[in-house]
Ligand binder design. Structure first.
Ligand code: MCF
Ligand code: FE
Length: 412
């Protein structure tokens, strides 16, 4: 058994209990007890450590990230979704060259920001080996995409090969799953093929949904940006949307799913999506950069969707640091009382995504996984605004524990 303690423990449990001079007693996999550090001390401990002026909280969870796009810095166009997608189409191959080097750096950046668990969207399978070998806990969402009938068999075979490869690598830290890219980029035949596999294998499904007004106009009116998109990039003069909003949602009715973005939901769509076994993931900086809009938190509350934030990829962000994401959310939602919002944001990257990704972490209490992030925050023991100051000042972990092991991030 090991014991670590800190000036502040944020448990993220049901009551959002915060413990001053707290401790966590744990063995390799699981937490044994959380309480006051002095009361948890005992003989025969393998390791005892107290982090002064630090906060211990559940290791953070980034439930939507594209590691393969980590080469992007200034290549892609921001401020307009259509221009961004054009720039992706033009630069995709270049961004995938040497992707491996950037994936490794991105995994380090992720760990450094205190993230111990990710939902990774894998478009080409270039990240599978790196992620399965890393110390991160991973749900690997194999992406399927395609609208050109001539290539359906190739797309299916390629997707199936990636899926089976990631399935073979499954263990207690690594699980395979499926991503349907979006309603504008995926024909119904391919979507059904992937959904049937998700049902057979009982896998989680992720999708980008109603991220842009361009997507909304395409699904509702069959025109706008996407008409030109299909003409220009696919030489298809007669492209039609493959779904209505409703028929796309229907696909997910027997799956557990994650809908990413959801910036353009009307009441009827909120209603439909709330009846599925679905969660919504929001990527605030990505949404600001591509679509000049933030997710409607008030509506999400109304329909009982817990708040979940994620970074998305470097393809639509300036960093993969979850604390930068948290700060963006804190400043974006200006109409919310700041201390409450800070608490909700902490839950949005711990307890709430944990429930979806299913690794029994995200909360510090007995029997949960021993996944902790430790942040040094000057004078944290002096403040009454703990959550707010964590979001304002935490940036890089002092230490990160996954399954009870302190991670050597530099050599990961
Ligand atoms: O979430 C963002 C914005 N929305 C859609 N796709 C992506 C994002 N970041 C990366 N992508 C990838 C996506 O996985 O870009 C490609 C896909 O492989 C788009 S190609 C239509
Ligand atoms: Fe994304």
């Amino acid at each position: 058994m090991k014991l670590i303690g800190a000036s502040i423990i944020i448990t993220c449990d049901e009551n959002f209990k915060i413990i001053k001079d707290g401790g966590v007693l744990f063995c390799d996999k699981n937490i044994i007890k959380v309480g006051k550090f002095d009361e948890l001390k005992q003989d025969d401990l393998q390791e005892v450590r107290f982090y002064q002026s630090c906060v211990i909280m559940p290791a953070l969870i980034n439930s939507h990230i594209h590691f393969e796009f980590s080469k992007n810095y200034s290549t892609l166009h921001y401020g307009n979704f259509g221009k961004w997608l054009d720039s992706i189409m033009q630069n995709r191959d270049m961004l995938m060259q040497d992707a491996e080097i950037y994936i490794k750096t991105a995994i380090k950046e992720t760990l450094k920001s205190g993230v111990g668990c990710v939902g990774a969207i894998s478009s080409n399978g270039l990240d599978i080996d790196f992620l399965s070998k890393s110390t991160l806990k991973v749900v690997l969402f194999n992406e399927i995409m395609g609208t050109n009938k001539d290539f359906f068999n190739i797309v299916k075979d390629n997707f199936k090969a990636r899926l089976e490869k990631s399935k073979l690598l499954e263990d207690s830290r690594f699980r395979a799953a499926i991503a349907l890219h979006s309603p504008y980029s995926l024909d119904i035949e391919l979507a059904k093929y992937a959904i049937d596999l998700a049902k057979d294998y009982k896998m989680l499904v992720s999708t980008h949904f109603l991220e842009s007004k361009e997507e909304l106009t395409w699904l509702e009116n069959n025109n706008g940006y996407f008409r030109d998109f299909f003409k220009y990039f696919f030489k298809n003069q007669n492209a039609k949307p493959c779904y209505s909003k409703e028929s796309f949602l229907e696909l997910f009715k027997e799956c557990q799913s994650l809908f990413v973005h959801c910036l353009h939901l009307d009441n009827n769509t909120w209603d439909k999506i709330s009846k599925l076994n679905a969660s919504i993931v929001s990527a605030p900086r990505s949404n600001r950069l591509l679509n000049n809009k933030y997710f409607d938190l008030t509506k999400a509350n109304e329909y009982n969707f817990p708040f979940i934030i994620a970074t998305d990829g470097r393809s639509s962000n300036n960093s993969l640091n979850m604390l930068d994401e948290a700060r963006c959310a804190l400043f974006a939602y200006k109409d919310y009382e700041i201390n409450n919002l800070a608490k909700e944001i902490i839950l949005a990257m711990t307890k709430n995504p944990a429930k979806v990704l299913g690794f029994n972490n995200g909360i510090l209490e007995s029997n949960k996984a021993s996944d902790f992030a430790v942040f040094y925050i000057k004078d944290i023991e002096m403040t009454t605004q703990i959550e707010l100051n964590v979001i304002l000042h935490a940036n890089e972990v002092q230490d990160l524990y996954i399954n009870g092991k302190r991670i050597d991030i530099e050599n990961n």
